[in-house]
Write a protein that binds this ligand. Structure first.
Ligand code: UDX
Length: 472
């Protein structure tokens, strides 16, 4: 997977990449960096000290650390390191980062002993970078790490708010304030179809957990949309066959070129993992029959309350399926790791680890289903390996991804009613045994594989991106 032919090897052009410092954003940006390196570009990565990746895994890149170099800077020094509170850095760095970024870029642009800078590629959520790049006449491309349909829905937040959807449920915890999983109360309107996005139910919009606001997360999302539209190009972690009509809409409405590229098919995300991968379960997994194990993981940020964790435990046990479960330390609110687990839970039926090489696990022949929070990387990694999903989204893009997995691509079951053990059990059983669903997941994987062949859409996307970046 990682043996790219180098089409150009003189490395006379340099690309500067600037990921958002969270696992679900670092992974695709460093996969993109590896891809561009394999095509002959020299690579400089700008990064915060917070959540910095292991630079020794990237001896071929140059790293520069910016924004939080001063440990006494009170704006950032007391922020939480984990959980939802850690995400507040996105708001603050967008607010205060411009001068430092400009200074760093000026240095890069004037460096005599470095290859000339072709362009800047930033995470789309770094919206403040567009005006900095403009002021230096430096082309800025964005990497949007979620789906194209998510972008279109985020772009419609003002309209969806005008319809009253964002304030519909009293139970909704705004994005940064709670654990994020919305158990929505019975309200008929929540089950209605969204007129502008008929594949969505109103509750999918509510579950995103956004408010329409100038500041805060809502403000970041609004600015992300505006500054993505103002960029010189958009790179999507996706592929044409998965989101064909959305790609058409975006190409029609946004003048900047779009490049959908499924990164997981080019490079695994293992070298950019912030946590150490436990591999000790592989001998056990190797012994299990094909498609017999449920892989369970909810990404790098989500947290659950203990009572919900117990519903998960019972739902999983009652399904009587083999399982491999990633429980990050801190995943259960108020617990260090597995304290709430009943005695004897860890039986022959399953293994629990703190962190796993996810893509490798999903590609293992023993894996039959993925119970996921539907972060976009996880969703796409599952699609890449043809693994059907059980979807328990928390917030943001996740409820939208879950809806597409279950109702559009029909490669999974969406647990729409929160954490209820009987529903969990029956969803797991259904996904493990539904051969038609498994077949659809396999067809989707074949389409993806086909798109990577010479002349295929993803292959062409990489070629046009390389040509475009070279043209600056
Ligand atoms: C966040 C948001 O939650 C998500 O909705 C958004 O699309 C991206 O940012 P996160 O919650 O971490 O990301 O989920 P996800 O996008 O799925 O990314 C998790 C990454 O961590 C994946 O690349 C996955 O392979 C990796 N991972 C996960 C591991 O390497 N090991 C694990 O045990 C679990």
């Amino acid at each position: 997977m990682e043996n790219h032919t180098e089409t150009t090897v003189d490395r006379r052009r340099r690309v500067i990449l600037f990921p958002l410092p969270y696992q679900g954003h670092i992974n695709p940006m460093l996969q993109l960096a590896n891809l561009l390196y394999s095509k002959g570009f020299s690579i400089t990565i700008l990064h915060t000290n917070y959540n910095k990746p292991k630079t020794s895994n990237y001896p071929h890149f140059t790293f520069r650390f910016i924004l939080d170099n001063d440990p006494h800077d009170e704006r950032y020094s007391n922020l939480p390191l984990h959980g939802m509170g850690a995400l507040s850095r996105v708001i603050l760095f967008n607010q205060y980062g411009a001068d430092q970024l400009r200074h760093q870029l000026e240095q890069e642009l004037s460096a005599k002993d470095e290859p000339s800078v072709s362009c800047l590629i930033t995470d789309a959520l770094w919206h403040f970078t567009q005006s900095v790049a403009d002021s230096l006449s430096l082309p800025r491309l964005v990497l949007r790490t979620s789906s194209l349909f998510c972008f279109l829905i985020y772009a419609s937040i003002p309209l969806l708010d005008d319809r009253g959807y964002l304030s519909l449920s009293d139970n909704t915890t705004p994005f940064l304030d709670g654990l994020g999983y919305h158990d929505l109360s019975d309200n008929k309107r929540l089950e209605e179809q969204v007129e502008e996005f008929p594949m969505l139910k109103v509750k999918d919009i509510v579950k995103m957990g956004f408010k329409r606001e100038k500041d805060g997360v809502g403000g970041v999302v609004d600015n992300m949309v505006k500054q993505t539209k103002a960029s010189s190009g958009i790179i999507w972690n996706s592929f044409k066959e998965l989101e064909e009509s959305e790609l058409e809409t975006i190409r029609r409405d946004i003048p900047a070129p779009s490049f959908p590229i499924p990164f997981a098919k080019h490079f695994t995300a293992s070298s950019s993992s912030l946590l150490e991968h436990d591999r000790s379960f592989f001998p056990w997994l190797d012994q299990q029959p094909p498609k017999s194990v449920v892989y369970v993981s909810f990404g790098s940020v989500a947290q659950v309350e203990e009572k919900h964790f117990m519903e998960m435990v019972h739902g999983l046990v009652d399904s009587k399926q083999l399982f491999l479960w990633v429980v990050r330390p801190g995943f259960v609110s108020g617990s260090t790791w597995l304290e709430p687990l009943p005695d004897g839970f860890l039986s022959e039926k399953g293994r629990i680890v703190k962190w796993a090489p996810q893509q490798e696990v999903l590609g293992h022949e023993a894996i039959g289903a993925f119970w996921t929070h539907c972060g976009w990387n996880s969703t796409l990694e599952s699609v890449c390996e043809g693994v059907p999903m059980i979807c328990s989204p928390f917030w943001g893009d996740q409820p939208l991804d879950a809806r597409y997995v279950s109702d559009v691509w029909k490669v999974g079951v969406y647990l729409e009613n929160g954490w209820r053990r009987q529903e969990i059990t029956s969803a797991i059983r259904r996904v493990m045994t539904d051969e038609e669903m498994r077949e659809r997941a396999s067809v989707l994987k074949q389409k993806l594989d086909g798109s990577l062949m010479k002349g295929g859409s993803s292959y062409e996307s990489v070629e046009s991106l390389v040509a475009y970046v070279s043209s600056f």
